[in-house]
Design a protein around this ligand. Sequence first.
Ligand SMILES: Nc1ncnc2c1ncn2[C@@H]1O[C@H](COP(=O)(O)OP(=O)(O)OP(=O)(O)O)[C@@H](O)[C@H]1O
Ligand SMILES: [Mg+2]
Length: 216
Amino acid sequence: MEILKIENLTVKRDGKIVLKNVNLKLSKEEKFFIIGPNGAGKTTLIETIIGFIKPDAGRIFLKGKEVKTEDDFYNLRVTVGYIFQNPDDQLFSPTVEEDIAFGPLNLGISRAEIPKIIDNVLLTLGISNLKNKMTYKLSGGEKRLVSIASVLAMNPEALIMDEPTVGVDNEKMKLLIEFLKTTDKSVIMVTHNKEVVDKLGWPKYKLENCHLNFIG
Ligand SMILES: Nc1ncnc2c1ncn2[C@@H]1O[C@H](COP(=O)(O)OP(=O)(O)OP(=O)(O)O)[C@@H](O)[C@H]1O
Ligand SMILES: [Mg+2]
């Protein structure tokens, strides 16, 4: 089953074309990387898919239905969890616990279920010790992992992760890789980390000169 389809997406930033006629599909349980040089437009592509940037042309489909209105994009973001390149853009609650609780509460999950959800995602990522910390006092790697935990807590069908491994230590990296290998979620990961690419071995798309090409 197809989750996402991007058709002929063209995006300009500051009047300059960043993406030109980009096509992409994500099916259920499919996982792949998007790689490419700094400034190639990887974050731009992702932020257009989730509705943060308005494309100059092209269409986005969620499960076969065109995504047009703000409500459509809201639904898209419930189905496809987005992990920002900069975790400071993601975290906004005073404590880790509250930050992770926010998404599921917003989705209407009952308060009684929240503690278990929080404990599970923290355990998955090896950061149970951070539960009661203030988010603004976290280290860079800790912020990254909490931002991932906050998205996982909403249990989206698919994940789009923009550089999720930056600053993550070896022990937590093992847990993150184990999670990504075994999850039945669809995943698009943008990364510059060759070790992660090799360890996961997923297919790769390369974004370069405004075009996205499958490179195997
Ligand atoms: N907020 C913005 N306003 C205007 N132009 C921007 C903005 N953010 C990025 N750009 C431009 O869009 C182009 C693509 O940037 P983008 O952040 O998508 O690249 P990227 O592939 O994610 O790079 P990196 O690997 O460094 O994260 C760059 O030329 C950049 O200067
Ligand atoms: Mg980027």
